[in-house]
Design a protein. Structure first.
Length: 587
């Protein structure tokens, strides 16, 4: 045995497995300061401040947006959600049980805030307020799922408080229990993006700056907390006040970054950043039409979306067109630009009836040249070039658009549908269909008609799209027909892509040259789609409402001496232009 072997033989044998096990059993090396309650309170307070810096700017942005004058205190809701999340996260309960406990607590806070608003506070008893809330929510959902318009603010208040509680509680709970910051940061970021997308470009404010700073601090904080847990399990000693050191360093870095960015041009003055922000918020901006339809009674710093030209035109909140240039127009003659048409009025706003949207290639005519439709009479074409400064996707024209030099989505009136109830000629408004029902009833008295014979009596301009048969003898009870307009009304032309400043297009429009005398002699031979779309009353009107409305219309026609349909339309238009905004009772 050599000397080297002898020396080597005297060294202890190291067992790697035993070394790992001894490392796992290493005691936590924590100081007395880290074991004290005040140190733990300090660590909890630092984390809570980071959470507050994330959710408070978002809730403050919503509160200061001016949506409603009677909006509950969302900041208070957020602080209560934070406190409940911290208590349940510190408890030994399983996280799922803690989440379940938060639901009844959140329900109490939500109903406490909602049922104390002025919109329901006139009810003396809690049950009466809850009953009023229930019926108003029922009406709201009815309008929502039937393409209606609602002006009730209470559902918006309820949804806003519920969303605030859920996002703050579960986001804070994830931070305190699992040290995961992204649920809170992402959910609050989406909420802030949705809110500022309705504030007319005022997204670059201090709320956004504080949110960004808070998000950065919270990511740093949760990362440090996870490292502190690893250090304790490894028995690694770390400074007692490392959290404060990290906070100071991070705050200094963020403050330096903010000061540096303030020297640069403002983000909302940069076209590139504005375009980027538009791309980020466009999914939420596209919801503005449905938002205005369902929450038409609320207001915001953005005012009424009167330039959106969506499927609904709701005079929402303050009407403030502003002094911003929307379009620059190069036209051979002055006139009114046409953006979209609305044919259905409710007490809550204007709506478009059912429409059909189809793509239209560049420079393609709106009505194909091989169309069998009879062209409009007494019209002239006006070609206009337009340059967009600030505009929605709706493109404008003089009169009815007939050709556009860009690919567009063409939105036209849908085919009219009528349901013939055999045996009741009054089930449809069209006189030719009333004659069909009467003829079928007359011939059926002689002998039962076959299905082919019955359908053969339907005029060729109608397409049969549905039948219902009697359960007794199998005879036809109802026939559903469809009539497609020969010249479908163009409701709107829309760009398939987002319209930005500098977007230019050329559109040819058809403008009427018809004089009043020619229109008075036009007659009343209207197709089904005109009668059903423009000359029928809503089925929701009862007999008293119909009689009152018809009497009111007759009084207007008598006052203006209307003798023809054109005179009637002109008389109603003149009355609406001269009618006072308020009646004698101030309504």
């Amino acid at each position: 045995m050599t000397a080297r072997d002898a020396i080597r033989g005297t060294q202890p044998i190291i067992d790697p497995v035993a070394l790992i096990r001894s490392r796992d059993r290493a005691p936590e090396r924590t100081s007395a300061t880290q074991e004290s309650p005040w140190w733990r309170s300090m660590e909890w307070s630092i984390t809570a401040v980071m959470v507050i810096l994330v959710f408070l700017p978002v809730l403050n942005s919503i509160m200061t947006a001016g949506w409603l004058a009677d909006l509950p205190n969302l900041r208070l809701v957020g602080f209560i959600a934070l406190a409940v999340a911290a208590i349940l996260a510190a408890s030994p309960l399983h996280w799922s049980l803690g989440a379940l406990i938060s639901l009844p607590v959140g329900a109490v806070v939500v109903f406490w805030q909602v049922l104390t608003t002025e919109t329901v506070s006139n009810q003396a008893f809690f049950f009466d307020r809850f009953e009023a809330l229930w019926f108003r929510l029922e009406d709201w959902f009815t309008q929502a799922f039937n393409s209606g318009i609602t002006t009730d603010n209470l559902p918006f208040v309820l949804f806003l408080v519920v969303v605030s509680w859920i996002l703050v509680f579960f986001g804070a709970f994830a931070v305190f229990r699992g040290r995961h910051p992204w649920l809170l940061i992402i959910s609050m970021g989406i909420m802030l993006s949705i809110n500022v997308s309705y504030l007319d470009g005022k997204q670059w404010d201090w709320n956004f700056a504080f949110f960004a700073a808070g998000a950065g601090l919270l990511v740093m904080r949760t990362n440090l907390l996870r490292r502190m847990v690893d250090w304790r399990s490894e028995g690694t000693r770390f400074p007692d006040f490392i959290s404060i050191s990290f906070v100071v360093a991070t705050v200094f870095a963020i403050a330096t970054l903010i000061l540096f960015t303030r020297v640069l041009p403002r983000p909302d003055e940069s076209a590139a950043l504005n375009n980027f922000w538009d791309d980020v918020t466009s999914p939420f901006g596209d919801l503005s039409d449905d938002f205005a339809r369902l929450f038409s009674g609320i207001d915001s710093a953005r005012g009424a979306p009167i330039h959106s030209f969506g499927d609904n035109f709701v005079l929402q909140g303050d009407i403030n067109p502003g002094d911003q240039i929307v379009l620059r127009v190069d036209s051979p003659e002055p006139g009114l630009l046409r953006g979209a048409t609305y044919d259905r009025y409710t007490a809550r706003g204007w709506q478009q009836s059912q429409t059909v949207t189809s793509p239209l290639a560049e420079d393609s005519p709106v009505q194909p040249s091989n169309s069998s439709a009879e062209p409009y009479r007494d019209r002239r074409n006006v070609t206009t070039r337009l340059s967009v400064e600030s505009s929605p996707r709706a493109l404008f024209s003089f009169g009815v658009p007939t050709q556009v030099n860009r690919p567009v989505d063409l939105q036209q009136t849908a085919p009219a549908v009528a349901r013939l109830e055999l045996g009741d000629p009054t089930s449809v408004a069209a006189q030719d269909l009333q004659i069909v029902i009467a003829t079928i009833a007359e011939r059926s008295e002689e002998r039962p008609l076959t299905e082919a014979e019955t359908l053969g009596l339907i005029p060729s301009e109608y397409d049969v799209i549905g039948l219902t048969n009697s359960l007794d003898d199998g005879s036809i009870e109802t026939i559903t027909v469809q009539s497609s307009p020969q010249n479908a009304d163009v409701v709107a032309i829309r760009s398939p892509d987002k319209v930005r400043a500098g977007f230019t297009y050329q559109v040819q429009g058809s403008v009427s040259n018809a004089e009043a005398g020619a229109l008075q002699l036009a007659g009343q031979d209207y197709p089904l789609w005109v009668r059903e779309g423009f000359l029928s009353l809503p089925s929701s009107l009862d007999a008293d409402d119909r009689a009152r409305l018809q009497g009111f219309a007759v009084s207007i026609l008598q006052e203006f001496g209307a003798a023809t349909p054109y005179d009637a339309a002109a008389a109603i238009e003149a009355f609406l232009r001269s009618a006072p905004l308020f009646d004698a009772q101030g309504n």
